[in-house]
Design a protein around this ligand. Structure first.
Ligand code: ADP
Ligand code: MG
Length: 295
């Protein structure tokens, strides 16, 4: 009978590390024609590393120290990557940050050593009336086109350098995307808060149909709603706090089990326990077979 095969399908998923929270979800998963991925931590590994530091003074460890002292307040993976890099280089963080301000999806502004540190993306620099010189901008674009996220570091309103951070694409991502397509998914889309150069590069490397970058959490939700209004059944996979609203809006929400935040896992219909994207494409294939067997 129908319920038995769905339960069997869920059990099969569980054995392969996919937590599906109910039978209805298997049915909806089989109907998905549009898959949306977040980039950082979902299509990529979520283990970013500092690639290089570019400064106007030439003293990269000095800039790194100040920026790390500012980013100590951040729970963002980019902020934590910078703090870790300082530790890796044996740089001692001496100053206590003051007047810390976290600008969600953009960066941080903190007083360190009586200097105002503004660390983040272009939107943040613009919001704080900080001018990005032509040479800094072209350096940033060059790093972004090579796949890094360029983080601007301003001291007292002047950009002193750029810290480039990159994350690798998950090795199984391409195969998972191929399997989704082979099983009838019509379009695969990326929604990210990261810059458009890096987003486009990852999109091209994975052969995605559409890439939308520099988005805030509410923009991700708006895109999901737009796709649904066009009549698509949408699955959304993400990992961050940022992604929870979009995961909740999608017909099927998926969260990464290992690198994912608690809030994204709670919100999701499906959790990829072992943090692998091919679990998703297998689960989708399995849902299709399970539902077909019921008919
Ligand atoms: P994602 O969608 O990739 O998870 P976010 O929305 O969290 O991205 O962040 C968007 C962008 O804001 C980042 O790519 C980065 O440029 C900037 N940003 C956010 N938080 C920080 C931080 N603590 N330090 C530096 N830059 C940050
Ligand atoms: Mg993410």
């Amino acid at each position: 009978s129908a319920p038995v095969s769905i339960v069997a399908g869920i059990g099969n998923g569980a054995r392969h590390g996919v937590l599906v929270k109910g039978g209805e979800i298997m049915e909806n998963l089989a109907k998905v024609d549009t898959v949306v991925f977040d980039k950082t931590g979902t299509l990529t590994k979520g283990r970013p590393e500092v690639m290089d530091i570019h400064t106007i003074s030439g003293d990269e460890n000095e800039l790194l120290r100040l920026v790390a002292e500012a980013e100590v307040i951040s729970e963002h993976h980019l902020g934590q990557t910078i703090v870790k890099e300082a530790q890796k280089r044996g740089i001692t963080l001496v100053n206590q940050p003051k007047d810390a301000e976290i600008i969600e999806g953009n960066g941080v502004r903190v007083t360190v050593e009586n200097k105002t540190l503004t660390v983040g993306n272009r939107k943040l620099m613009a919001a704080k009336d900080i001018v990005i010189e032509e040479s800094m901008e072209s350096y940033a674009v060059q790093r972004e086109k090579a796949g890094s996220t360029a983080i601007f570091a301003a001291i007292d309103g002047v950009v002193h350098g750029i810290i480039s951070i990159a994350d690798q694409i998950r090795p199984e991502a391409k195969e998972a995307i191929q399997e989704l397509r082979a099983n009838g998914v019509k379009q695969i889309i990326m929604l990210t808060g990261d810059n458009r150069h890096t987003a486009d590069l990852v999109g091209k490397q994975l052969g995605l149909d559409h890439v939308h970058a520099e988005l805030l959490p509410e923009d991700k939700v708006a895109w999901i709603k737009q796709l649904q209004a066009e009549g698509h059944v949408v699955a959304m996979a993400g990992d961050g706090i940022n992604d929870a609203p979009a995961i909740a809006t999608a017909d099927i929400g998926l969260a990464m089990g290992e690198g994912g935040t608690d809030i994204s896992m709670e919100t999701a219909d499906v959790v990829l326990m072992a943090d692998r994207l091919d679990q998703f494409s297998h689960a989708h294939a399995l849902a299709k077979v399970t539902i077909l067997n019921m008919k």
